[in-house]
Write a protein of this length. Structure first.
Length: 118
């Protein structure tokens, strides 16, 4: 499967962006889709994840209450709605999938850059 991440851009602090992670080749059924972010100064950081079959979601403490992860079964796409953006949210955001119950990732999408200006 190929994952395509999109939706990044430049936004002012306090603004919003919505990222998308679309799969081609098959559906996300029985997979977990996670969003990560990385900057040159920091290691890759988990942001949010969603179980495709169950729909359960989970978030890093740094984004709880500001970011919302969701899915669209008909479009086989996972979204990351980012509100109240801060300069520290600036990063390259990537999505990845792993089979439910496993920790190893099968596929990674290319990153989409999010830049928050203060």
């Amino acid at each position: 499967v190929q994952l395509q991440a999109s939706g990044g851009g430049l936004v002012q602090a306090g603004g919003s962006l919505k990222l998308s992670c679309a799969a081609s080749g098959r559906t996300f059924s029985n997979y977990v889709v996670d969003w990560f972010r990385q900057t040159p100064e920091k290691e890759r950081e988990f942001v949010a994840g969603i179980s495709w079959s169950v729909g359960s979601t989970y978030y890093a403490d740094s984004v709880k209450g500001r970011f919302t992860i969701s899915k669209d079964n008909t479009k086989n796409t996972v979204y990351l709605q980012m509100n109240s953006l801060k300069s520290e949210d600036t990063a390259l955001y990537s999505c990845a999938e792993r089979p439910e119950g496993r920790l190893e990732y099968d596929s990674w999408g290319q990153g989409t850059q999010v830049t928050v200006s203060s």
